[in-house]
Design a binder for this molecule. Structure first.
Ligand code: HDE
Length: 716
């Protein structure tokens, strides 16, 4: 909508962006020079059928601009979606940090971009992948960027390996296949030669890599950071975003189908929910470790392949983030936003994590190519709301007009300004950390345990989660062409858990090979025996952590049907009452019901006025919904039974362990959808019949019925 919106309450960043918003509604068409255009449909020619003229400045300007519309996509995290919102600090963060945005009750405008990592800008939202979770805080002290992921650890420990990791996972260079997928030779070759990736691999093979919605995933800043309090005292910290809606994911089979039915599934979900006023919310949590406790864990806090189990250091919630406004323009905002973990404000500081240290270089460097020069901080979405005054000058596309003749400091001519700020005036003073050592190109011995936390992750999963990990590995390694790579992976998995390796091996038709002579760890070199690369468990480590499991995570403790989507299947002749009472009940709980029928337009119903149909069976599928309900009315159910798409709709909802409900007559469609393994349809857990809508809503609250998968399908 190009119409100027009514003035609404706008935060500091929105007001700042207003200077750059352009509303074309009701205006004359002009050239970029402001000249009104009289005819934009025809180029200027020598005679009606003659050649176009070089002097046609309108043609030239329009085409030239078009020719240069594209900029390089991000080398990683190319596909993304973003939204505006705010962060609000609770009253307990100030004890850890002096940062202005963490003081009690302070509300700070933010812009959050979510992304996949490996795929190109046009790839599917539903790839098995890590999700980026980047938040730009427009604080009164300058921009603070939280540049995290939805998985709390990373594949590698040292930044120098990042180009190798990304080259391995991206499409293979000779034929640029496959797109947005890790299921190929080079990725697993890299993993099988880099055991430090094993912990992260467990997360990526779990359903964490297949979020149901961007609104239902956690966020982590991975590295250990430092918070500095008002007295200058530093503490180590790990950051967490905890989603209010809980952690929810989809099954791999659903993800594959969604990629075809709606490759923009996550984008659309975020956009639609914000438009509907269902503002997604996360709480910010911190795990705080006193500096004197740095070495009390069995792992190194500087190692980005490790978490601090929440049982060892609980997460303290210190604030919340709400996303409440969609961007006005995808390119101007979501594409041009530039994050950088090095954008910190007083009260937050770095650690010596070698992965973080390399990132501190990479993010400005990459924008120089992607956004074309050093002035990208002036692009409206990147611009600080805190004023900028310094002696940096010029460069491509400079917007600021610096007045005066001094562009250096110290100076006499301009009263030695812009002047340095004392710490008490808000000046950033780096945390003073004592460092000594020889210059070495080496990895600390405290980084060599690559399997313990991978095993912690595996041991913490519910049975269905373990089954999904096994299936994922069978799929991914099944796509690997080289048997040697598969075998090497089995040896690594065997170090994580023998049961895991055995189950994956079965699917691959292989035996788990012996580790002997396999040169598993090309980094540690001579030290090839994986058994030697283990550390002692930290004290208090119980070998299990609920927070690592989707099933057991405390984040999922609260269950409701908020923002869930239900498909009501109906055909002409459906019973109006069964549809409307369910719709009402769902909406009362904050869920949405969509009417799905064999055709679009209006649905003829018994006992009421025709109803508007939301989707035809051809334009949607059960994979796009959280639950399915079959409306009552004999003629409707008979018509649906004749439709293979309707039968498949129910069949797949069953297979994907979703709640299914049916009005009395609707049971016939459930029977038609039964297949080998689903003989208990229309019965079994999560299947409510006879129009028991209360039970259906209860089932929707539960979410999924994984025992269906475990019991009705061959054990993996
Ligand atoms: Fe990034 N990463 N990264 N990364 N990263 C980029 O910067 C890089 C890493 C993350 O929505 C790039 O502007 C290196 C970890 C997110 O715009 C680039 C290393 C984590 C985003 C880059 C890492 C991240 C990026 C590409 C290893 C989680 C998207 C485009 C040392 C804590 C931000 C860009 C957005 C983007 C480099 C590892 C998160 C090339 C060298 C670990 C969410 O600079």
């Amino acid at each position: 909508m190009s119409k100027k919106p009514k003035p609404t309450e706008q935060d500091a960043k929105s007001q700042d962006l207003e200077q750059n918003r352009e509303y074309g509604h009701g205006e004359f068409l002009t050239s970029n020079q402001g000249v009104r255009v009289n005819n934009d449909q025809n180029s200027e020619k020598a005679g009606e059928r003659g050649p176009s003229l070089l002097e046609d400045f309108l043609l030239r300007e329009k085409i030239t601009h078009f020719d240069h519309e594209r900029i390089p996509e991000r080398v990683v995290h190319a596909r993304g979606v973003a939204a505006h919102g705010y962060f609000e600090a609770y009253d307990n963060a100030q004890q850890y940090s002096r940062a202005q945005f963490l003081q009690p009750g302070v509300r700070t405008p933010i812009f959050t971009r979510f992304s996949t990592v490996a795929g190109s800008r046009g790839s599917s939202d539903m790839a098995r992948d890590v999700r980026g979770f980047a938040v730009k805080f427009y604080t009164q002290e300058g921009v603070y960027d939280f540049v995290g992921n939805n998985i709390p650890v990373f594949f590698i420990q040292d930044a120098i390996k990042f180009p190798d990791l990304i080259h391995a996972v991206k499409p293979e260079p000779h034929n640029e296949i496959p797109q947005a997928a890790s299921a190929h030779n080079t990725f697993w070759d890299f993993i099988s030669t880099n055991p430090e990736a094993m912990h992260m691999v467990m997360w990526v093979m779990s359903d964490r890599a297949l979020p149901r919605s961007l609104r239902t995933m956690e966020g982590f800043n991975i590295h250990t950071w430092r918070l500095i309090d008002a007295d200058g005292k530093a503490r180590f910290v790990k950051f967490h975003w905890k989603p209010k809606l809980g952690i929810k994911s989809v099954m791999w089979d659903e993800a594959l189908q969604i990629s075809g039915k709606d490759p923009d599934f996550h984008r659309r979900d975020l956009w639609d929910n914000i438009e509907q006023g269902n503002f997604p919310e996360w709480e910010l949590g911190v795990q705080v470790v006193e500096e004197e406790d740095e070495f009390k864990f069995g792992f190194d806090l500087l190692d980005a392949t490790k978490i601090i189990p929440e049982e060892l250091v609980p997460v303290t919630i210190i604030g919340r983030m709400v996303l409440d406004r969609n961007p006005d323009n995808y390119f101007a905002e979501t594409e041009q936003v530039a994050f950088h973990p090095g954008h910190v404000v007083p009260g937050i500081d770095f650690t010596n994590d070698p992965l973080l240290q390399g990132r501190l270089f990479s993010y400005t460097d990459t924008q120089l190519t992607r956004l074309g020069g050093p002035n990208f901080h002036e692009i409206p979405i990147n611009r600080s709301v805190a004023p900028i005054h310094n002696n940096q000058r010029d460069g491509h596309m400079r917007q600021q007009i610096n007045v005066g003749k001094t562009s250096y400091g110290p100076n006499y001519l301009n009263d030695n300004t812009p002047k340095q700020a004392k710490q008490s005036e808000g000046g950033f003073v780096s945390h003073q950390e004592r460092v000594e050592g020889s210059k070495v190109r080496a990895r600390s011995k405290s980084f060599v345990d690559h399997y313990s936390q991978a095993r912690l992750f595996w041991n913490s999963q519910a049975d269905w989660e373990k089954a999904h990990i096994v299936k994922a590995l069978r799929f991914e390694l099944g796509k690997v062409e080289d048997e040697g790579v598969r075998e090497r992976m089995l040896v690594h998995l065997n170090q994580v858990a023998q049961e895991l390796a055995q189950r994956v091996a079965k699917g691959l038709g292989l035996e788990v090979p012996s580790a002997k002579g396999m040169q598993l760890n090309r980094i540690v070199g001579a030290d090839e025996d994986p058994a030697r690369l283990q550390s002692k468990p930290a004290s208090g480590d119980e070998g299990k952590s609920d927070a690592l499991s989707i099933e057991f995570s405390p984040v999922n403790a609260q269950k409701d049907i908020q923002t869930k989507q239900v498909a009501i299947l109906a055909a002409d002749g459906a019973d109006a009452a069964s549809i409307q009472s369910l719709k009402k009940a769902l909406e009362a709980g904050g869920a949405t019901a969509k009417l799905v029928a064999p055709h679009l337009g209006m649905l003829k119903v018994q006992g009421g006025e025709a109803l508007r149909i939301d989707f035809s069976l051809q334009t949607t599928a059960s994979v796009l919904f959280d639950g399915v309900y079959v409306a009552g009315g004999e003629p409707s159910v008979q018509a649906l039974r004749q439709q293979p798409d309707a039968v498949q709709f129910v069949n797949e909802a069953y297979r994907h362990c979703k709640p299914i409900g049916a009005a009395p007559a609707g049971e016939a469609l459930l029977k038609a959808a039964a297949y080998a393994g689903a003989e208990d349809l229309p019965g079994g857990p999560g299947v409510s019949v006879a129009g028991n809508t209360d039970q259906f809503i209860q089932d929707l609250t539960t979410g999924r019925f994984w025992q269906r998968e475990l019991e009705s399908q061959p054990k993996v």
